[in-house]
Design a protein around this ligand. Structure first.
Ligand code: NAP
Length: 448
């Protein structure tokens, strides 16, 4: 428990902190196997014909949600407010956002969700339509900052041909799996190689998928191993010799397999491919999670610190991805997930090496997603904000508390929050999700 949470756990501490303007952070609802998708019914409506609304509602209903019409005027607390803004074709039409949301927002339950659907603005048509669709992300990001009680708002921009491929994405943002993802904009495009359209077995969206995770022995990597195995995946965990014993224990516990390897070793990709084939016959996805920091202001930074961070965080994911492709280990329908950081978006004092490496990772997403699209291999990244791990425990107190509190959700995230987001990217149904960098940061102010 952090010092402020400790104070908040007793009456006197709470009163004291309230006096200085520190309110207790909301408790976030997180995914529990067997729990319903939503905390209450959804209300769904569209600004026009609603070409996106129909498949989105179908996906929610298939996942067990009860969906009410936009005209619903009951007092029932809502788990989700879904709005298709894709038909708004001029600035005047944006008023439908103002007309639709306010009354419903008062009914949104704690940890409720707002999901807005829109069209890519750049291909929306004339200047009025481009402006109207370009306005929607601004609206959603601002609305996310107004929500309370652990509720979130996110936007899904659906390109032509992706309408029938939005199920996993809408369900992810509607669900408790996206607990720490707030104010984000995700773009879906028509997949060149369609993935599975089949509804996954309840609570097993990754059933049968073979997924490798680097840096798997602890922190976010270990949370990924557990979450993916819980969701039905076969997991291959990779970590350095120092983490060999916890890695072996964890992988045995989840029925996976492991490779003790340094990701910077020239044969790391070949060894990951071989271990996946030997244990499970193939590899469907790789998550480049291993990462290090060697913080110092640039004037004091050694070349060794610079080189180590670039080698582990940026060069290893690039080379291992290329090696897996060359080996034929990643094929059509494959998934590559990189782990960036908000430091790679906003920069961070004392982290020129780390920020450069994590911004470079975004470059890898751009280059690989374009190059691998014809093969139906998706490439995305998560950019975690403040996540409670050994890495952030080492951050000085003041910076740590700022990182925790200065976000719309007013707390740090948990490793499982990053894991759930990566799990959605790995899902066979997420075939339209490529080239995205999704912040898992509770809409942190840093880099927003
Ligand atoms: P962590 O607790 O330090 O775990 C990272 C794991 O990667 C460790 O087990 C580490 O092994 C391993 N690793 C390091 N170098 C490796 C190498 N050369 N080959 C194979 N494995 C290696 O870190 P974390 O907080 O879980 O972070 C995971 C990822 O999220 C990193 O990429 C990090 O940059 C990113 N991230 C984290 C946060 C956060 O708030 N925690 C925020 C933004 C981004 P050792 O035991 O030897 O170190």
């Amino acid at each position: 428990m952090d010092p402020i949470q400790t104070l908040l756990s007793n009456g006197t501490g709470r009163t004291l902190l309230k006096r200085v303007g520190v309110a207790p952070p909301p408790t976030l609802r997180r995914h529990e196997p067997g729990a319903p998708l939503l905390v209450g019914p959804a209300v769904a409506a569209a600004a026009g014909a609603g070409a996106l609304l129909k498949p989105a509602v179908a996906a929610l209903e298939a996942a067990g949600a009860r969906v009410l019409a936009g005209t619903d005027e009951s007092a029932e607390r809502l788990g989700l407010i879904l709005f298709d803004a894709g038909d708004i074709s001029d600035p005047a039409g944006l008023v439908s956002l103002h007309e639709f949301f306010p009354a419903l927002l008062r009914r949104l339950a704690p940890s409720g969700r707002v999901v807005v659907l829109s069209r890519p603005h750049e291909s929306a048509g004339d200047a009025a339509a481009v402006a109207a669709q370009r306005a929607v992300p601004g609206f959603v990001r601002a609305l996310a900052k107004e929500l309370r009680g652990g509720a979130t708002a996110n936007l899904v921009v659906v390109g032509a041909g992706a309408e029938e491929h939005l199920a996993s994405t809408v369900c992810f943002f509607a669900s408790a799996r996206s607990a720490f993802v707030d104010g984000q904009v995700v773009r879906l495009g028509a997949p060149t190689v369609p993935g599975s359209a089949a509804e996954p077995a309840a609570d097993a969206p990754l059933a049968g998928r073979v997924v490798a995770v680097t840096g798997a022995s602890r922190g976010i990597g270990a949370a990924m191993v557990r979450a993916f195995a819980r969701d039905g995946a076969h997991v291959v965990g990779i970590d350095v010799a120092a983490g060999a014993s916890p890695l072996a224990e964890l992988m045995a516990d989840v029925g996976g397999t492991h490779v003790v390897a340094d990701v910077t070793a020239p044969d790391a990709g070949a060894r990951i491919a071989a271990a996946s084939r030997a244990a499970f016959g193939r590899l469907d996805g790789i998550v480049h999670n291993a990462g290090i920091t060697r913080d110092k202001k640039l004037v004091n930074m050694s070349k060794a610190a610079w080189d180590a961070v670039i080698a582990v965080n940026l060069e290893a994911p690039r080379r291992i991805t290329l090696d897996l492709l060359e080996e034929g280990a990643l094929t059509a329908g494959g998934r590559v997930v990189l782990v960036s950081s908000i430091a790679g978006i906003a920069g961070n004092l004392g982290q020129t090496n780390y920020a450069a490496s994590k911004a470079g990772v975004i470059g890898l997403v751009e280059a690989f997603s374009a190059a691998l699209e014809p093969q139906g291999i998706t490439v995305n990244a998560v950019a975690p904000g403040f996540i409670e791990t050994a890495m952030t425990k080492a951050v000085p107190f003041g910076i740590r508390e700022a990182g925790r509190r200065l976000s719309s959700l007013r707390q740090g995230g948990l490793p499982v929050d990053v894991a759930e987001t990566v799990g959605w990217m790995l899902d066979a149904r997420s075939d339209a999700v490529t080239g995205n960098v999704v912040r898992v940061c509770g809409q942190g102010l840093i880099g927003a």
